[in-house]
Design a protein around this ligand. Structure first.
Ligand code: HEM
Length: 129
């Protein structure tokens, strides 16, 4: 991990902090959870579980972007092991994420950096072609 120098702002700060990250997560959670192709993931979780997942995802992204958050959830491989997520489901999910980032951040470089945090998780989350 690189420790940012005082003059170098973290991605978290450059994005606009907690509220922006939470808004991105809420936006893609909303479109993801109403996408029929993702129904098998959503219907298996009760409301409390969905809220917990949402919060842990916000925390994860705050921590991963250099913000003052401690992610207390499972590592990404453990969290998704056994769900049998395939490459096309991954692509659909990333489409929702990309649209949410574009909607809330526009086509700026911070948005791309945030998206890159998602993309690098693929090999920990996808289990089959
Ligand atoms: C195709 C993409 C994805 C699908 C279908 C998916 C689905 C799921 C499901 C169903 C769970 C609940 C597992 C359980 O409690 O039994 C879960 C947990 C979780 N996911 Fe994902 N996920 C995906 C991608 C991601 C990505 C990209 C992130 C991070 C940015 C993420 C963050 C999390 C977190 C933080 C948890 C909770 C971990 C815990 O309970 O400790 N997921 N995911």
């Amino acid at each position: 991990m690189t420790i940012p120098s005082p003059t170098e702002k973290t991605l978290y700060a450059r994005l606009g902090g907690y509220d922006v990250i939470a808004a991105v997560v809420d936006e893609f959670s909303q479109t993801f959870s109403t996408d029929a192709r993702m129904a098998r993931f959503v219907s298996a979780m009760n409301l409390e579980r969905r809220k917990r997942n949402r919060q842990l995802t916000v925390d994860y992204l705050c921590a991963a972007s250099g913000g003052p958050a401690l992610y207390l959830g499972q590592d990404m491989k453990t969290a998704h092991e056994g769900l049998g997520i395939d490459a096309s489901e991954w692509d659909i999910a990333m489409d929702h994420v990309q649209r949410a980032i574009l909607k809330l951040k526009g086509p700026d470089s911070e948005g791309n950096e945030l998206f890159a945090l998602f993309l690098k998780l693929k090999n920990q989350i996808v289990e089959r072609e």
